[in-house]
Design a protein around this ligand. Structure first.
Ligand code: ATP
Ligand code: MG
Ligand code: FE
Length: 340
């Protein structure tokens, strides 16, 4: 049984996982405090984590109905993310590990996103392809056994992440921050075929590019002004993103002879992306795994899930010398940045 702590960005999360099952979780977001700045302010995020960490841990433990002595380990996000935000979580995790005399593991935030789905659907069967679509990353990965095998990067974004594109387009459309959920909501009333936005790099390998799309939306709004119905622009933009993401993810499965696609990260909460992925996977004979929206965005349970993989794999704990690494590369789910 593992307690996981997440504090890499603006969400403070704690979660308790046992035997691959989520027993209890708590989340606190400083999102509203960043809204008037149009993006996350690291200093504000760090202070919010400081206030929210202990209550989140207490709530998650209470919901799971576990005591510190029931735990086998503590896992905390050690990177990548905002430096001061990460340090707050790691410092708190060290305090718990010391006070409760438990081994401490550092977890890669993106490994957490990948493992989030195991809480819903169990470990991926053999080889699979994962699409991570979040606020800071857009990557296609080839996965084997999460506990043992290295993760192979098939493609990444060359500029903006998919979530970043949603956030920037939301700002262009005056929908505020955070942008993803706002665009998703606005798009419900709009037509996805109203504007034909560009599909960058479609059919050209497994890398992505979203900055041209964001610029195309800005140009369109500039040219059309208030004549451009906001819902149509939102729906057409969302369609362009979902189209490229799902086409490349399905192509990656085909290219690597894999029959399971997992989509994770905050953008995986997007209604249209989930819908289009479901229909294209069905047409291609692929099994699609997408966690429920609350496990797509940042949370503590996904970190606990990786922590349990590390414990089960017999990985050496990092202990009280655990350092943060704001730009840690993702190479393995388990056995990875633990001892750094
Ligand atoms: P990273 O995981 O890359 O470090 P992060 O932790 O900030 O970045 P997540 O919490 O995984 O990212 O996801 C947040 C992102 O997901 C934001 O960009 C947000 O706009 C986007 N997002 C959340 N919900 C939706 C939605 N329904 N539709 C589209 N995008 C969404
Ligand atoms: Mg967030
Ligand atoms: Fe994230």
């Amino acid at each position: 049984m593992v307690l996981g702590i997440e504090s890499s960005c603006d969400e403070t999360g704690a979660g308790v996982v046992s035997g691959g099952r989520l027993l209890g979780a708590a989340l606190s977001s400083s999102m509203d405090e960043h809204a008037r700045f149009g993006g996350v302010v690291p200093e504000i995020a760090a202070r919010a984590h400081l206030h929210a960490l202990a209550p989140c841990v207490r709530t998650a433990m209470a919901e799971a109905d576990v005591r510190p002595s029931d735990l086998d380990a503590i896992a905390v996000t050690s990177g990548p993310g905002l430096s001061t935000a990460l340090q707050t979580g790691v410092a708190a995790a060290k305090a718990y590990a010391l006070a409760w005399n438990l081994p401490l593991y550092g977890v890669h935030h993106l490994a957490g996103h990948v493992a989030a789905d195991t809480l819903e659907h169990g470990p991926p069967p053999g080889r699979s392809v994962a699409l991570i679509v979040s606020g800071g990353h857009t990557s296609l990965l080839l996965l084997g056994d999460l506990a043992r095998d290295p993760i192979v990067h098939l493609g990444d974004t060359r500029d903006d992440a998919a979530g970043e594109a949603f956030d920037k387009v939301a700002r262009i459309l005056g929908l505020g921050y955070p942008g993803g959920p706002a665009v998703d909501r606005a798009a419900r009333e709009g037509s996805a075929t109203a504007v034909r936005f560009p599909r960058a790099m479609l059919g050209a390998g497994f890398d992505f590019s979203f900055s041209g799309l964001k610029t195309a939306v800005a140009r369109h709004v500039e040219a059309e002004g208030t004549r451009a119905p906001l819902a149509d622009v939102a729906a057409s933009f969302q369609e362009a993103v979902a189209d490229v993401l799902t086409a490349k993810a399905v192509a990656a499965c085909r290219a690597h002879g894999v029959d399971t696609l997992t989509i994770v990260g905050g953008v995986a909460a997007n209604r249209r992306l989930r819908e289009l992925a479901a229909s294209r996977c069905a047409a291609a004979g692929l099994v699609l795994r997408v966690p429920p929206p609350r496990l797509c965005t940042d949370n503590g349970a996904m970190i606990a899930a990786v922590g349990e993989l590390l414990v089960d794999a017999g990985a050496p704990p990092a202990g009280l010398t655990l350092a943060t690494d704001p730009s840690a590369p993702l190479t393995r789910a388990a056995l990875a940045p633990a001892s750094r």
